[in-house]
Design a binder for this molecule. Sequence first.
Ligand code: HEC
Ligand code: HEC
Length: 267
Amino acid sequence: MRNISLGVRTASMLAAALMLTSGASVAFASSDHDHKGHSVDYVDGYPDSPSQTWVMSFGGRLYDSWFEALGKDEPKTTNPAWPASNKAVTGGDTWRCEACHGWDFKGKDGANASGDFKTGIKGVRNVAGMAPAKIVKLIESKNHAFIKGKIPQRDMLLLAKFLSKGQYDVSKYVDLKGNVKGDPAKGKPIFQNVCAACHGYDGLAFNFDSPEDPSYVGTEANDATLETFYHISRGVPGAAMPSMGILPPQTRADLLAYIKTLPTTKK
Ligand code: HEC
Ligand code: HEC
């Protein structure tokens, strides 16, 4: 078993504690809810008075995988709007904003220009700075008939706010070859003090994949650098992974540079 255990309270005890302290059920405890089926308790839901950084993190997790961020089941079929030319990806992934528009928001002009997620679809960089209400209209357009009625209005607005204010030119920090413009020496204290609590000092405490084909934080940082940068920056939808959106992007890049130095396999 490679489940990490937050190990203090059960989900139901946590839920009870939250009801006592927060009155209305604005936050709820979730467990066994992340996309690889690990059993990890964590707090989900919405703060009463969201900070701008929280909005960017949650909106970013909706862009990553709205159904996981919303605690819904992963779609089993392939999205009818997924380009027929792309046979590499099927099923639940084809419903994610990120799948069509990219971890770098540039669609066919960025990371999705080639590889498994080559879709020929344009990115969402043009909507940066646009009024969120206008972005909601674009998300509700016929290009996205497949999400009709699936994302509640509150979340639609959080997603639009993220696309307006939370996206940026990622190539300043991570290029398409996976090179990171960051200083590992500056990332090391963050990793050792925050991330190691769950991932271990060597990053090997938590396997994201199967026992036969393990993948650790060092593996992901080297094999899927842009995606790792994204997950550090926004958290992981439906998982007990904190968002480092509280740090400036350059500091997140320093952290990523350090993670790239961690072992990718167990000896
Ligand atoms: C199956 C592929 C697919 C998925 C998944 C997808 N989109 Fe799109 N999206 C498109 C297409 C196609 C367009 C139209 C592109 C064009 O005009 O050339 C588009 C356009 C957009 C635009 C307008 C961009 C512009 O410059 O006008 C925004 C914003 C957008 N999508 C956001 C989202 C969000 C948010 C999600 C997730 C809820 C999402 N998309 C999921 C295919 C997709
Ligand atoms: C409270 C425990 C916890 C802490 C602290 C934590 N993580 Fe995580 N992390 C997780 C969980 C749970 C997942 C989701 C695993 C899954 O997908 O099954 C995760 C996933 C990730 C991923 C995603 C890997 C992928 O598939 O792309 C990265 C990258 C990551 N963590 C890096 C970090 C970094 C860097 C820090 C420190 C800033 C950190 N984590 C702190 C629990 C934690």
